[in-house]
Design a protein around this ligand. Structure first.
Ligand SMILES: *Cc1c(COP(=O)(O)O)cnc(C)c1O
Length: 397
């Protein structure tokens, strides 16, 4: 018992020391997990919206922002939305997810991934993670599907529930891409549309190619804590012309283009991103390379700082990837999992805004009855992972 406590205290001390050492140039009393930075033309563009009156659902910044995001993600089309959750909702609808379907999605993710499935009237089917990317383990999922799922003509059925499995929804955790070759091959083998939750991974690359465009449709987030922010915002990403047209149509109340008549041809959504937010986004996108460079520099510093630790392992990008390192993380040694919260408390008390990873979604009341495979790796990550301060400004000069 005494030995356990001393290892725990030593680990908390080591974490605090590493953070102090790595973030030496910052003197704030509390260092946040992630803070936005507005040192480009943000004020100029937002002021322009106010002075011209174009603050709402129409305006040139929306068009420009969509072009900038599409280019950064290497896709033909980006359709701006009011937030990333809305983009995911639309992405799933356009991939054909319907009431009563199941969608394969990670247990270890932010709640938005799974809520978007529920908004479609569908049910999440929880999938385990792998250590290398923290995201979906393609080989384990394939083996599992062989035991529960069955291909019938043009669709896949969960033999246990009788429901159709309608899509595969991987998420690139903290910016680290999942193994997309394996995931794409799996989706093709099972005939499942691939929908990418790229919310955390703007600027991340898989074997040199930006993530977000590997599936039929993808979703991006520009929330205040993401690498680029519009205050709140998102984008639907796709290379498919028809899906892009549909995304624009149903996110803008499904209204026919007309100078004065109100004709809507289906039940659409008011998911538009205001021009005001897009203006902020354009200025932020101009800074993306600077953000990426500094976030990767900070990650390098952290990696060096934890290299010789016996109890703290820095989570580095998978070998095939160039990560945006949106959120840096360390894994506690297995025997320290039970001490995680005490280590979090000591480190926060020392002025560093560190956080645990999300509670696994299937543990939450709303999703307690949803189907799932063995989740042992995700459970292990949940017990041991701690996110550490990651703002680009922390990289120093
Ligand atoms: C941020 C995020 C989203 C979208 O969130 P919004 O706040 O609605 O923009 C979706 N999925 C994941 C994994 C996220 O981290």
């Amino acid at each position: 018992m005494n030995a356990d406590i001393s290892i725990r205290d030593a680990t908390a001390g080591e974490l605090i020391e590493s953070l102090r050492h790595t973030l030496a140039e910052t003197s704030a009393p509390m260092i946040a997990l992630h803070e936005p930075e507005f040192k480009g033309r943000e004020k100029e563009y937002v002021t322009d919206c106010i002075e011209t009156g174009w603050v709402s659902s129409l305006g040139d910044y929306i068009v420009r922002f969509e072009q900038m995001v599409a280019e950064a993600c290497g896709v033909k089309h980006a359709v701006a939305t009011v937030n990333g959750t809305a983009a995911l909702h639309i992405a799933l609808l356009l991939a054909g997810v319907k009431q009563g379907d199941e969608v394969l999605a990670p247990a270890l993710t932010f709640i938005a991934t799974i809520n978007a499935i529920a908004y479609c009237g569908a049910v999440p089917h929880f999938v385990d993670s792998e250590m290398a990317s923290l995201g979906i383990d393609a080989a384990k999922l394939d083996a599992y599907l062989n035991t529960v799922a069955e291909r019938r003509d043009d669709h896949v059925v969960n033999r246990k529930t009788g429901r159709r499995i309608a899509a595969l929804l991987p998420m690139h955790t903290f910016g680290h891409p999942v193994d997309l070759d394996a995931i794409v091959a799996l989706a093709e083998r099972w005939g499942l549309p691939l929908v990418e939750d790229a919310a955390e991974s703007l600027g991340s690359r898989y074997k040199g190619r930006p993530v977000g465009g590997f599936g039929l449709v993808g979703a991006m987030s520009f929330n205040g804590n993401k690498i680029v922010t519009t205050g709140g915002g998102g984008c639907v990403l796709t290379n498919d012309d028809m899906i892009a047209r549909r995304a624009k149509h149903i996110t803008t109340t499904a209204k026919h283009k007309h100078n004065w008549a109100f004709v809507h041809d289906e039940i659409g959504y008011n998911y538009r991103l205001p021009n005001l937010n897009a203006a902020l986004g354009c200025a932020q996108m101009e800074r993306l390379d600077s953000f990426l460079g500094r976030k990767r520099a900070l990650a390098k510093k952290y990696e060096a700082s934890f290299r010789n630790s016996n109890t703290l392992t820095f989570v580095r990008e998978p070998d095939y990837a160039t990560s945006n390192y949106w959120l840096n993380a360390v894994l506690l040694a297995p025997e320290l999992g039970a001490s995680r919260d005490l280590i979090l408390e000591a480190t926060n008390a020392a002025g560093f805004g560190v956080r645990p990873v999300w509670t696994l979604i299937p543990k939450l009341e709303m999703y307690a009855d949803s189907p799932r495979m063995d989740l042992s790796c995700a459970e292990d990550i949940e017990r041991r992972l701690i996110n550490i301060p990651s703002s680009p400004a922390l990289a120093g000069a």
